[in-house]
Structures are given as C-alpha cells and as structure tokens.
Design a protein around this ligand. Structure first.
Ligand code: ZN
Ligand code: ZN
Ligand code: FE
Length: 762
C-alpha cells in the first residue's frame, strides 16, 4: 500500500438513496483514479476514498457537480481516516442498524432517459408501463421495511431476469445499477384488466375512455378515476357517480405544450409541472380553453399534472386531457388495493386497469401552486413524502396528531420531522382507521416509540381521541392557530419571536370560542399570546355552518342590522334554502345572540360574503365560497380596487378588527348594482388593508419582528399577495409557506415545534 495515498471519509446526508447516488459517486471516483468504497447506511451515504492528495481534493471539490439531478445534499462532513487496503473503487453492501435514521426517496416521475426508452421501438422496454431506474419510479409506495432495497419492497415479487440482473449487479456505469424498482417486460409487473370482457388491458382502457366511459386506473399511490376531460358528458357522469357536485377535478395532460393550450403557465409553474415530484399545479385557466366548465365550476384555476408514470404517458398519447381524480367515494380513503376495487367498480367506473404489483403505501397526488412569489405545496403527498423536514433545533421523540380536516401526522426525532402524506378527513371512519395504521407503520420503519403525543386543544376532535388512545407518558395540547404559526416557522428553520397573521377556517380557541381570524405573538419561551382578532359573531350550528354558509350570512346580517335584519333576510330568503329556517334563525340571533358560540373565523366570513353576493346557501366542501370569491376577484383585475373602511377597536385586549363598516358598504354597492367580481375584489383589498393596519399597530408594541402568514385563507393568491406586498412595503419581513401547506396539512409539524418549545421551558 502506497504510504503517500491520502484517505478521507465523507458522510453525506440528504436525499441520497434511491436516486442513483452511489453509481454516480462510483463513476466520479473511478474517473479520478481513486480507490475506496461508497455504501448506504440506513441514515446516510458513507464514502471512503483514497488516492493522491490532489485527486482526493479534486474529488471533494467536484462531488456535488457530479451527482444525479435528483439527489439533494443537506450536509456533507469530511474527515481524514486510516488508510484502507483497497485496490479499486467499489460499491459496498448497505448496512442497517437499530440506532439510525432512515433516509428514503419519495416516488419520482419518469425520467427523460426512461421516457426515451419507452418510445424507442428498438429498446427492450419499448411501451413497457413499469420501466424505472435510479432516477425515477416508485419508492415510498412500494416499500415494506427499511433500509430501501429491492427485497424490502413489493418488487420482491418480481425476480430479475438475466438481462435486468446484469444491469442491476454488474454495471456500475448503468443508471439501473442497484435501481431497486427496475424491471422489464420479461420479469416485471404486468397490466391486469378488471372488467366484463377481456380485452388487451391498455387497448381496452383507451377504448373505454375514448367512448366516454369512466375507468379506474391503478397509478403509483392508488387508483385514479379517469375520463376524457374534453367530453362534457363523461365529466358530468363522473360527478354524479362520485357524488361530487362542484369540487374541482384534477386533470392530466400529455405535455407542457398541451397545458399551455388551456392554461397560463409561468416559468415557475412550468418548473413545478415538470419537476420529478410532478404535482397537480393550480393554473389560471385560459379563456380560449374549450374544456367543459364542469371540470372546475366557477373556478378561475384548473389543477393540472403531467404524466407521472410510464403508464400515464401511454394513456395520454391518445388524449388531449384526462380527468384524473382520486379513486375514492366522497371522504373515504383512496382505494389502493385490488381487493377494495368493489368500492369503485362498477358503481363509479365501468372497468379498472390494474396491475399485479401491490401498492404497499397509499399516497395521494400532491398539489402545488405559485401563489405569492414562489411555489407552495397545498397538499403534501406523492413526490414529497417520506422525505423528512430538517428542523433548526433538536426536538424529543414525539407523535403529533394534527387536525381532523386534511389530516397529516408528524413523528419527530432529533432534528428530523417526518410529516405523513395527506390522509384526508378523519371524520370518515375508514380514513381515521387508515391514519392509525399509517402511524404504526411509520413508527415501525423509523424505529420510533414516542413517549410524548401532541394533539389539538379541541377536546372532541377525532385526532385528539386518537392521541388519547395511544400509550404515552405525556400528552400536550396545542391551540390550532398557534400550530399554524409554528408550522411556518418550522419549515423556514426560524424561531420565535414572530407575529402570526393566521387567517383560517375554524379552530378551538383558548377561551372556548371558535377562532380563525387571528393575530398571535409567538414568544421565545414557547408561549403564544392573542393580540388581536377579527370581530366575533355567533356561529349558528357549529360545524354545520361549514356546510351551510347561509347560517353565517344570517349571523352577519343580524350583526349589521339587528332586528331589522329580518327584512333583509326575508328578501334574501327567497333565494335561500328554507325561508322558515332563515326567519327563525334571524329572530333567534337578534333575541339571544349569546346563546350561540362566538367565532372570529375568517373562513366563515368569506362564506357569509359569498352568500350575500348570491352564491349557494350550501357548500359541498370547506372553503368553497372563498375559492369562488377569489376567482371572481381575479376576473375583476382592472387596476387596484379601493378598500372600504374598517375599524380597529383598541379599547380592549385583544384588539378587534371590525369589518361591519365594510360589509355595510358592500351591501349598499350590491344593491346599487355593482357586479359581484368588482365587489369581491374590493372585499379582498379591504381585508388586506385591515390586516396590514392591525399588524403595523401591533409591531409598534412588539418591535419589528418577522410576520408569518398562515392558515387556509392564505391559499388565496389575491389575499396573500395583497397582504405580503403591503407588509413588505412597510419594511417588515414576511414569512409564508413553501414546503408545508398553509392549510391544516401543516398543523402536525407546527404542533411539534410548539410542544418542543414548551417542553424546553418546563
Ligand atoms: Zn428513469
Ligand atoms: Zn427483466
Ligand atoms: Fe386551520
């Protein structure tokens, strides 16, 4: 062994497994004539490299540039080591251990090299719907145990043929070297048709879709329900059968060029669409698009994704656009197993295009959008999980149960926060059961047995109940909007103090009322103080009001006109669901407003304004009217709409932002015949101006600390841009969401940081 050789050990952390990292390192080291090894541990990738000092230095300097595009480096440490007796550079076997932090890549969309093979008639994988490599294909959705190796995934049912085995074992230069999900038509999964007749599965699927039928398609994380999006009859049929009257359907289009035919696509949005995560991207619909309005009724945006798997490319070759909506019935969990296909076929779809590779972990599509000046994740699932979020501080082992709507949970250890995929609404018993199973599965993988559980302050939430049922030595409750604030700080690696503008649907408040238009101060000692809020009004019917926005409209009318509201409400009642009920409620609220729980919810204010501007008295999903109002405001965009007056009541603590003057002005303008789009634009401007005024007033007392914008209302680009621009113009630092949703999908992460800070103090 040449004594002049220098040896170093590099430990690399980040998204470094399942992305072709080791073969790239192998090529890089061999090109420089170095010797040593690269190997996966369950936590990191470890590189031991030896050679002449100059070559080793060059290896380290140029390592990052030599890596596959899909690798993400979070940290590299490098230290000298004792010379190891190696004569070549090799890829060493993976090592597993009990005390390690698994690092796992999420599922990745088909890479350009695999796509080229899919299209190449001379390639042995031509037209094969399951081809994959180290740069693409399933990961999370096929994994059974850690660390990530073929034998610990559902690919173990498909022993490699000799050609695939050569690529996998013997060809470090090949992008299928140690590609755990690699396969080919000779050895890999095959399509399976579930339907009355027995056509060739792919041809049968295309024929069914082309004839206006509805097809269940097994994708990476579960079944989609698909139909031809250019066929209005098929779209309407799917709405009826799925019992989904207005909630937008996601679309899949064959190419970026196709997307541009139907939507405005900025450079940032094109980047999201073509990213390996391949999320559904919310895009402004072009007036010229001839796609049926019924895909997203009353919505200025369409949710569009590009094909994320080879099968999708093969299907989309034949269509301008397909509806690809989650394969479930209303709030039930996504169907991911062939055994459960009875829930979709034949009641919703005529047939299903399945395959013989089991989906181990169900995973929805992710949803993203460019709302402010950067992309933000609105639903975090396929492509993003199970990649952990790195925190700025060490936290104890905890299980955080999140919120009931858009539920996710979060497991923590050290500086890692493992946020689960979007699981759905825990109000559905099957969804709640799946959440419990997924928690067990993740604890098992991660080798976690958290002693601390964290849940929402609301005593009656399903998630709170789930927390109570789990063994734990300590349980902590975190207020909903405090958690929203902390989620945003956590993803930015920031800490308190910060001022949170949390505009949201509803969350249980510390005073037992329902909060949701909040200005909160998070302090470094882990406490959270309510400094100001939207003026509260009665919340008639509690959660029922979410589905029946007319109740909030009546509540606000009584606030505006007192007993006189009845006049207004009677007139309006002609348009509303049940006139007697409206009259009864108006009278009851005028007589005894205190009999109802009060709410400062901003989401419910949007509901009320939607109904006052003529929208439906009922809503089929939370936030339906807020989305419709934003769409109206986007349409009105002709210069800056002026704000109506609001009042800030500083005579009490917390302050109140009173919007009654603005609502009077809105109703007057509406009576005068001003169109709803203009009214909605002015309403958004008014809220933004009110928020900015309150924040500026508060920072006179708190000092100029960062301002966090979070909560479901900040999924509105109009509100987000208005508020962020105004605060920045005042010289304040604004933090908004990027990697974690502003909606309740981020609550579990925020609970973790809030609980950790409180534990530290005690
Ligand atoms: Zn590939
Ligand atoms: Zn093969
Ligand atoms: Fe919320």
């Amino acid at each position: 062994m040449d004594e002049s050789l220098l040896w170093r050990r590099l430990t690399v952390r980040g998204r470094v497994q399942g992305v072709g990292f080791r073969p790239a390192v192998w090529r890089h080291a061999r090109a420089l004539g170095l010797v040593g090894t690269v190997r996966n541990t369950a936590r990191d990738v470890v590189i031991e490299v030896g050679g002449p000092a100059a070559a080793v230095a060059r290896f380290e300097q140029t390592l990052a540039a030599s890596l596959p595009a899909r690798a993400v480096l979070e940290a590299i440490t490098s230290a000298p080591m004792e010379p190891a007796g190696a004569t070549a550079f090799e890829i060493a076997p993976s090592e597993a251990g009990p005390e390690v932090e698994p690092s796992l890549s999420p599922d990745l969309a088909t890479c350009p090299d695999c796509l080229a093979e899919l299209r190449d008639p001379r390639d042995r994988r031509f037209g094969y719907p399951f081809l994959a490599c180290t740069q693409c294909g399933p990961r999370y959705t096929v994994i059974e145990t850690m660390p990530y190796d073929r034998e610990s995934t559902s690919m173990r049912h498909f022993p490699l043929c000799s050609a695939c085995a050569r690529e996998y074992h013997d060809s470090p230069a090949d992008r299928r070297f140690h590609a755990e999900a690699t396969c080919c038509p000779a050895c890999g999964p095959a399509l399976v048709w579930h339907g009355a007749d027995e056509p060739d599965p792919l041809a049968g699927a295309i024929a069914l879709l082309a004839s206006g039928g509805i097809l269940a398609v097994k994708s990476l994380g579960g079944f989609h329900l698909a139909c031809d999006a250019t066929n209005a009859g098929a779209v309407a049929l799917l709405r009826r059968r799925k019992r989904r009257p207005v909630k937008p359907f996601a679309l899949m289009m064959p190419s970026l060029a196709a997307v541009r035919r139907h939507c405005e696509v900025s450079e940032a949005e094109a980047g999201l669409l073509t990213s390996p995560e391949a999320p559904i991207v919310l895009l402004t619909r072009r007036a010229a698009s001839a796609l049926p309005e019924d895909i997203a009724p009353g919505n200025a945006r369409l949710g569009v994704m590009l094909p994320g798997a080879p099968l999708h490319h093969l299907l989309l070759d034949h269509f301008e656009a397909l509806v690809m909506t989650s394969g479930n019935v209303s709030e039930e969990p996504l169907v991911s197993r062939e055994e459960d296909l009875g829930r979709l076929v034949p009641s919703i779809a005529e047939a299903a295009l399945g395959n013989d590779r089991p989906i181990v972990n169900a995973c929805d599509d992710s949803v993203a959008a460019v709302l402010g000046d950067a992309p933000v994740i609105l639903r975090r699932a396929r492509g993003h999980v199970p990649a952990p979020i790195t925190l700025a501080r060490e936290v104890p082992q905890m299980l955080c149960l999140g919120s009931d709507l858009k539920n996710t949970f979060c497991l923590t250890r050290g500086r890692q926060a493992h946020l689960s995929p979007h699981l759905g609404d825990l109000g559905d018993a099957l969804t709640a059961r799946r959440a419990g199973e997924t928690i067990d599965q993740w604890c098992d993988w991660l080798g976690l047995d958290p002693e601390i559980t964290v849940h929402d302050l609301h005593p009656q939430m399903v998630s709170t109940d789930l927390a109570r049922r789990r063994p734990a030595s300590r349980r902590l409750a975190v207020q909903h909007h405090h958690a929203h604030l902390m989620a945003c700080l956590a993803e930015h690696g920031r800490g308190a103090p910060a001022l949170g503008v949390i505009w949201d649907g509803t969350g249980y408040g510390e005073d037992g009322t329902i909060w949701g238009g909040e200005f909160l101060l998070a302090s470094a000692d882990g406490t959270c103080a309510r400094l100001a809020h939207l003026e509260p009004v009665p919340l008639p019917g509690g959660d029922v009001a979410i589905r029946e926005p007319w109740r909030m409209a009546v509540s606000w009318l009584v606030r505006l006109f007192g007993a006189e509201a009845l006049q207004w409400a009677r007139g309006a009642a002609l348009r509303w669901a049940e006139p007697e009920l409206v009259t009864w409620l108006a009278q009851a609220l005028a007589r005894e407003p205190a009999r109802h729980t009060a709410t400062s919810s901003a989401g419910r204010l949007f509901d009320a304004v939607g109904v006052l501007l003529g929208m439906s008295p009922a809503a089929s999903f939370e936030g339906e009217h807020a989305v419709a109002l934003e769409s109206l405001a986007l349409r009105a965009r002709s210069g800056q709409a002026p704000a109506w007056p609001v009042e800030i009541d500083r005579s009490r603590r917390p302050w109140q932002l009173r919007v009654t003057p603005a609502l009077h002005a809105l109703l007057e303008a509406s009576e005068a015949g001003v169109d709803a789009a203009t009214l909605s634009a002015r309403f958004h401007t008014t809220l933004a101006a009110g928020i900015i005024e309150v924040v500026c007033g508060l920072t006179e007392e708190t000092g100029r600390i960062p301002v966090v914008l979070s909560g479901g209302c900040f999924q509105s680009a109009v509100l987000l841009r208005g508020v962020a621009a105004g605060l920045r113009a005042e010289g304040l630092e604004v933090l908004d969401h990027r990697r974690v949703p502003p909606n309740d999908g981020g609550i579990a992460l925020g609970q973790a940081l809030a609980a950790a800070m409180r534990l530290e103090r005690s």
